[in-house]
Write a protein that binds this ligand. Sequence first.
Ligand SMILES: [Zn+2]
Length: 606
Amino acid sequence: MTQKIDEHKIEEIRSNSDIVNVISDYMHLTKRGRNWFGLCPFHQEQSPSFSVSEDKQIFHCFGCGAGGNVITFVMDIEQVPFPEAVSKLGERVGITVDVAPREQQVSTPEAQLQRRMKEAHQIAADYYHHMLMHTEDGEVALQYLESRGFTEALIEEYQIGYALPAWDGLTNLLTARGLDLQEAAQSGLIVQREQDGSCFDRFRGRVMFPIRDEQGKTIAFSGRILNKDANEAKYMNSPESPIFHKSDVFFNLDKARATIRKHHHIIIMEGFMDVLAAVRAGISNAVATMGTSLTPQHVTKLKRLVQQVTICYDGDGAGWDAAKRAGEQLHDAKLKVNVAVLPDKMDPDDYVQQHGGSAFKEHVMDKTHPYIAFVKMHARRGKNFQFDNDKMQYVQEVLELLVHNTSPLERDLYIRQLAEETTLSEDAIAATLRQKEADEARRTKRQYSEERYSPVVVTMQTKLNATDRAERRLLSHMLHNVDVVERVQRSDMPSPFIHDVFTAVYIRLIGFYEQHDKPDFQRFLEQLEDVELRKIALESAIIERDPDHGDQEVTDCLQYLNKQRLLRKMEQKQQLAIEAEKMNDIMKAVTLAEEVRKLRIAYASM
Ligand SMILES: [Zn+2]
């Protein structure tokens, strides 16, 4: 901790930030009994073991042991140090905290590199935006945007810009600002020539759309070519870089998050231009992948945020196929999926352009199809039911889907529908489905038995032995009662704990009590910068204590741990004695044996 924020301010911000509320900004939580549950954002899991206690204002994951309070949650999820986490939370509740710029806080070289790259991207975004808005050269690009329905407010909000058709505009600017050109090249902003190491602008003569991460920091660009005759791609994206990973980025997630949270619903689109069209139509919960199809990382991210997803892809054949694949992934992840279908091979951008925003809302977004209905439409495309082959093919494709995740009721319904549509008998269709289910069951059974021997199981928490339990219980008393720490300090033992991590927490707790005269578990957690130490402190804090027999419990723990320590010492000395004997160092061996004898007597009298 390098920075002092007024303690009262921290307390005020913490007490005004409800933990359930804050965590809900990042993931979907469901209430079960007294607590809230969700999929842990700190490890990969299929069923929720991440719990949030509204009463205690803490979170804890039973899968990976992550835990803490509202401030440490923000530290962990945003990967920011304490002052910045407090400041972010302060922003939410309208309390301003001044923190020093990030460069004085981040520590690892990778984090510093990423910060510099994001800064360079911000400089570039400002530069492109200025070129668009305030120069004569930018006018042609501005006209293009206006013709596509972009208002000035939208251009401002998304910081859209223009890269001049020159080779060195940005390169010169970055040089003048003293930035490392090699890093700028590594981040994709400019290109370095192999021959002489000289650099030139990657984006030239393009309308520039900044791509931001979830924190709203620019991490990449997509540039649309203005000159239609050019032999270049219409859109060009930044390459993969230390700050831009296409497989887990969603365009617009930073701005869409508030609406997504409010409606528990997200719309995914194929391109960022579609998202901007949706924004023009007044839809603010749409995001887009960046030039990739939906990846497992995307699905995990979506699953943490919502339970309901609408896919709105292009209306052409490729778009339909992509929607079916994305839908299948989301459906398998147990999300509720709807598909919006666009007419006449249009994409959302074309549609809003031609028919306007309200038509898009009314005729497309309000008339979505449940995923299974969409799959049927998809399977039906290009088939002629006058041919038996087409009919059979259709039934097979739809049944393929019914095998996964459908209730018996749904199955009945769809079997009946299929029979009506194809005039095949219900019995025959049901028999085909049973066959498919049997195949599927055999497959998953095999998969399951393979999984059982894979090391994935390691995510389960290790079982605690008696020493672990005693350490946790003792620390728990210390966290809730200053007297316990004082009592241990008065005795002359350096640390009552066996394991170093507990000693580390203990030493920090002594320091804490020197500054704060009463226990404040929340405040203490926040001061632990090390996640491992925080885990230990949290796990200890939440175990049961018997407040009526606190003293007795502390005495028991101390005694037990003392005995354990003695036992360990004895074993060590014994080992050394054996080694000394082997080395023919008889004097040493005798001395050690005598020490062991004394320890044994001490142990027996405990
Ligand atoms: Zn976890």
